[in-house]
Ligand binder design. Sequence first.
Ligand code: G4P
Length: 328
Amino acid sequence: MNFQWYPGHMAKAKRMMQEDIKLIDVVIELVDARIPYSSKNPDIDVLAKNKSRVILLNKCDMSDQRYNTAWKEYFEAKGYFVALVNSKSGSGVKQVQDIVNKACEAKIERDRRKGILNRPVRAMIVGIPNVGKSTFINSFVGKASTKTGNKPGVTKGKQWIRLSKFTELLDTPGILWPKFEDQSVGLRLALIGSINDNIIDTTNLSLELIMILKKHYPEVLTNRYGIEKVEVEDNLKGASKVLEKIALKRSCLLKGGEPDMDRAANMIIDDFRSIKLGNITLEFPSDMKDKAEVSKSNKKEIKVNTENVKTDIIEVEEKTEDVKTVEA
Ligand code: G4P
């Protein structure tokens, strides 16, 4: 199985973002704390070159606290200003203003030296679909803010939200598309529910999850599903044996008493998404070195005209010769 994302509006969104980014000082990028690597689009690093950068690890209420801290440190070491946020409850949102201020200190100082005083810092929220941009903006902005409307020198039609005397936020977030540089990125995005399930093989999805759980959260499989520790290989075949055991244990059976793998797969995915498996992170900073190497070797990009292609994710066959990967 292989995924490709064919985004019809991607080129347009990218152009808009390029225009918007010229107007702003700081990019606030939301990633999903369960998959900070796969939910981050590397294009933003080029688009936001020379801007102050903030990363918010959103949905940190769903991910593993231990790795939240590890990921925060990972991004900080790369020069980002980072916060852990639960936009839904509002937890961690208040500190974002301080972080934005810190991220902009150098810029404010540069302005001051040029004699520009009290010019508000302009910020923009970006992130892939479903990462929580709207929820965050609602929580961050609250009721106290006012829309500033069009201003001289600012592109007509842009709405800015005054957050404080010193900060303004562009009211429309920038949408980034995830990059499917390797298959596991697609699978992980699907696991967190960022990609429509109907087009994805649920069993494969659950096997990816089982492989991660087996390696990083083995007790979850034994505690939740009551299966005894299974000594199987660390591959799809091994994961498939685990899924079979779960199906049997949970009486997910077909008519003849055979394990119903699809039903068991759906159950385990639902359990993950509804946090019944506990707080689980699917990616780890310690894997990032390998990841960079894999991505490099897997990268086969053919440019296509993105204006006329469907906005959808389609499943394509294993054979890679004909696969067109869209580069944003
Ligand atoms: P987007 O603008 O980036 O596309 O994302 P949006 O804010 O619409 O959020 C997508 C889903 O993620 C929403 O759930 C939202 O409630 C949820 N969400 C956002 N931030 C957080 C968070 O920090 N923690 C948790 N647990 N969930 C978060 P939904 O099911 O689509 O809508 P709803 O039923 O919650 O209203």
